[in-house]
Write a protein that binds this ligand. Structure first.
Ligand code: PGA
Length: 278
């Protein structure tokens, strides 16, 4: 996780004199490198992959996360329990419990040991008709349970070409964070994933990725102010590879990556260790 930031004003009163001492602490956001396995890996394949990657990705300098299919969550958690690697889910439902065949509740994820959950991935928006309202309901519910959402946003190629990328993403962010209090928002993670870059090998340039991540930080500032905007982590996702990770992750507003295809390969270790590879 990131380290806490605070501004503290101490008033000392001695012998009738008052001294005001202001302490401001500047906090670095910790990088988060998250794999998104999507619908890949049976439980036995998952255990094998984790054991192959584990010795190479257990990195103290960054937060490392595997977001895995629901059926892999428990076996993967068992494999990483002696490490700092965290496990996330790829989806969650917004109701507490009940007659919702096939769904998983936040409480189930928390009880299994899950810390993060991807919400609003473009594949869920596209293939499962998840709209901003559903995404907002999911976000509200998971933060109630202190799960950390990785909220995905991003434009289509057509929107980019039409010059409406930032307007569209501002709308996605505003809708997703409706009625989320700032003390919850500060813990959330946002992933900027241009749809045209997902699984296509067509990565956004570092300038494009930085520009949008910086704009997203601005949208968060408009909603919550600077403290939340300075602390919230914003990832880039879309064809992240060992070749482009370090150039992306050193950008001032990019706090790591959401990695799809490359998270299923030994290459993921190079991405996690992007600083050591330089
Ligand atoms: P990709 O996927 O790295 O395979 O492009 C990223 C994602 O969809 O999260």
């Amino acid at each position: 996780m990131w380290k806490y930031g605070f501004k503290c004003v101490i008033i000392l009163t001695t012998n009738g004199t008052t001294n005001i001492l202001e302490i401001e602490v500047y906090i670095m956001r910790r990088k988060l490198i998250a794999g998104n396995w999507k619908m890949n890996m049976t439980p036995s394949q998952a255990v094998k992959l984790v054991n192959e990657l584990k010795p190479h990705v257990d990195n103290k300098d960054v937060d490392v996360l595997f977001c895995v299919p629901a059926i892999d969550i428990i076996p993967v958690i068992n494999e990483v329990k002696d490490t700092d690697i965290e496990v996330g889910a790829e989806n969650v439902f917004y109701e507490e419990k009940g007659a919702y065949t096939g769904e998983l509740s936040p409480e189930m994820l928390v009880d299994a040991g899950v810390k993060y959950v991807i919400i609003g991935h473009s594949e869920r928006r596209q293939y499962f008709n998840e709209d901003d309202d559903i995404i907002n309901k999911k976000l509200k519910k998971v933060v109630e349970h202190d799960l950390i959402p990785i909220l995905c946003c991003g434009e289509t190629l057509e929107q980019r070409e039409d010059g409406v990328t930032l307007d569209f993403i501002r709308k996605q962010i505003n809708n997703a964070f409706k009625n989320i209090p700032s003390e919850k928002a500060i813990n959330c993670v946002i992933a900027y994933e241009p749809i045209w870059a997902i699984g296509t090998g067509k990565v956004a340039t570092t300038e494009q990725a930085q520009e949008v991540c910086c704009a997203i930080r601005g949208f968060i500032k408009d909603i919550y102010g600077s403290l939340v905007a300075d602390q919230i982590r914003i990832l880039y996702g879309g064809s992240v590879s060992a070749a482009n990770a370090s150039a992306l992750f050193v950008q001032p507003d990019i706090d790591g990556g959401l990695v799809g295809g490359a998270s299923l390969k030994p290459e993921f270790a190079q991405i996690v260790n992007y600083l050591k590879e330089e």
